[in-house]
Design a binder for this molecule. Sequence first.
Ligand SMILES: Nc1nc(=O)c2c([nH]1)NC[C@@H]1CN(c3ccc(C(=O)N[C@@H](CCC(=O)O)C(=O)O)cc3)CN21
Ligand SMILES: O=c1ccn([C@H]2C[C@H](O)[C@@H](COP(=O)(O)O)O2)c(=O)[nH]1
Length: 283
Amino acid sequence: MKQYLELCQRIVDEGVWVENQRTGKRCRTVINADLTYDVANNQFPLITTRKSFWKAAIAELLGYIRGYDNAADFRALGTKTWDMNANDNAAWLNNPHRKGEDDMGRVYGVQGRSWRKPDGTTIDQLRKIVDDLSQGIDDRGEILTFYNPGEFDMGCLRPCMHTHTFSLLGDTLYLTSYQRSCDVPLGLNFNQIQVYTLLALVAQITGHKAGQAYHKIVNAHIYEDQLELMRDVQLKREPFPSPQLIINPDIKSLEDLETWVTMDDFEVVGYQHHDPIKYPFSV
Ligand SMILES: Nc1nc(=O)c2c([nH]1)NC[C@@H]1CN(c3ccc(C(=O)N[C@@H](CCC(=O)O)C(=O)O)cc3)CN21
Ligand SMILES: O=c1ccn([C@H]2C[C@H](O)[C@@H](COP(=O)(O)O)O2)c(=O)[nH]1
């Protein structure tokens, strides 16, 4: 929590105003942030200076793991976070690749589970990683990447948190996640949870201890219409200690994650938080 608040304060104090053409808004921006989450000691990085809707963040992650390409599937899991990008974004609505209501196109999990090869077949990146790690193999290329520039025009948004690298040291699994663009008030609240939970889940299904998760962010920003709430409300609050994430121990395989797992298989204990803050969202 301390590292999150320090990043927010750094953006307020040292950020530079940058015009963003896609949203038509200015963002107060810093470059380069390194966050670390202690998965080994179950220090769940949940924001405590406002109420965090953590289940929606894990639902989003589960949708990526399953390779979903549709906002309706995300809603069925428990999150509306893709509704606006799928259905309320002029550039995507006019894109001939859009297959209709709720379609997100070839984004995130689609690339992770069925990256298209020139010969027409597909690559399941996550399956390969899980199979390797389950056998104790780290070939120094256990990389899950959603970043496919050749298909950017076929999706509603370029992936923000785009690459996850898994590493094994003995029986401990580590994760390094890369993010090119980060909406710190809204997106990072979710992305921290996702990095942490991705390592915890993959360690659990491949039979390893979880170590640390390293989250590397390039462009970290606060939109102009979010700044006042961050500076004058959220940053004035005292954080509470980190809660813990409990994952159903019956989750033992990638198939389990693909088939029966729901948000009921995740629980947070000891979550003390301040009141919710509703930040504006930019499409
Ligand atoms: N501008 C922008 N910021 C983002 O963080 C973002 C995007 N766009 N587009 C793609 C996804 C969607 N994500 C989102 C979308 C909405 C919320 C959001 O509104 N969160 C609210 C509450 C959500 C709820 O009630 O479940 C929050 O207060 O955290 C968060 C992340 C993250 N990504
Ligand atoms: O997981 C996510 C997804 C999106 N974001 C934010 C970062 C930016 O504010 C927008 C994406 O805009 P681009 O113009 O494509 O950079 O969404 C996030 O923080 N986390």
